[in-house]
Design a binder for this molecule. Structure first.
Ligand code: AMP
Length: 249
């Protein structure tokens, strides 16, 4: 079984996000970029399926600038077998990403796609759903448990008020939620080995997908600053403040 894992290069989750003065987006220049955390979970899940003898091959794919090769090398160091970089310097919206992934899937014929539920930069939470619709494949979003057996995926997903379990035939698209697993760190020897693993580059334009934006970001703004908190000396004082200052009692 071949698994395709799309991985996006995003601003590192530990970097404090600063909005550009003109509100056109957030500062990215000279800041640490990393693999989208939900995509790390997807790579980890694919590796666990390979270690369990269920998957035989893991292909990581990223759409973005030349530097997204670093993100792919991270996936290779974790345990992916090969990588595809679809190069473009344009901002690629979820629908275009889904169409590019569909084109790659047409070329590589994976049995399963495991991807993040959302990229932490734009928080779109759209690409996996769009990809499944474009392919006509079943989807299980926000997976917290994945079991693959006899050409069937059994996926437990976190929904409001509980857990839902779906069964679906492969090929299928699964998106990962936070509690699916804890991604491994790549060891130094594996980082070295990853440098020799195959990484193919394809120009996005060659796939015949329009990258023309359909969305316009009207504004990006910082959340309003919060007032500083204070320590109260007693429960009585807390109750008094909740009544007179916060006026919630
Ligand atoms: P989104 O719909 O943008 O929140 O992204 C959901 C998931 O789609 C991500 O976690 C990635 O797995 C995948 N994805 C989105 N954009 C890209 C990209 N440029 N390259 C590779 N995968 C992507």
């Amino acid at each position: 079984m071949k698994i395709l894992v799309p991985v996006k290069r995003v601003l590192d989750a530990n970097v404090a996000v600063r909005v550009k003065p003109d509100g056109s987006g957030v500062e990215l220049a000279n800041l640490k970029m990393s693999m989208n955390p939900f995509d790390e979970i997807a790579v980890e899940e694919a590796i666990r399926l390979k270690e369990a003898g269920i998957a035989s091959e893991i292909v990581a794919v990223s759409i973005g600038p030349a530097q997204a090769a670093d993100t792919l090398r991270s996936a290779l160091a974790m345990g992916a077998d090969s990588a595809i970089l679809v190069t473009t310097d344009a901002t690629v919206e979820p629908l275009a990403v889904a169409k590019i992934l569909k084109a790659i899937i047409g070329q590589r014929s994976p049995d399963l796609v495991i991807m993040g539920k959302q990229a932490i930069d734009d928080d779109a939470n759209q690409t996996a759903q769009m990809l499944s619709a474009l392919l006509g494949w079943p989807q299980a979003m926000f997976a917290s448990k994945v079991v693959i057996a006899d050409g069937t995926a059994t996926v437990t997903r976190e929904i409001d008020g509980g857990l839902e379990t779906l069964k679906m035939p492969l090929p299928a698209v699964i998106s990962t939620d936070l509690r699916l697993n804890t991604p491994r760190y790549a060891s130094l020897p594996n980082v070295m080995k990853a440098k020799k693993k195959p990484l193919e580059e394809i120009e996005a334009e060659s796939l015949g997908v329009s990258l023309t934006p359909q969305l316009k970001v009207a504004n990006t703004a910082e959340p309003p600053a919060r007032k500083p908190g204070s320590t109260v000396g007693s429960v009585a004082e807390l109750v008094e403040k909740l009544k007179t200052e916060a006026r919630v009692l």
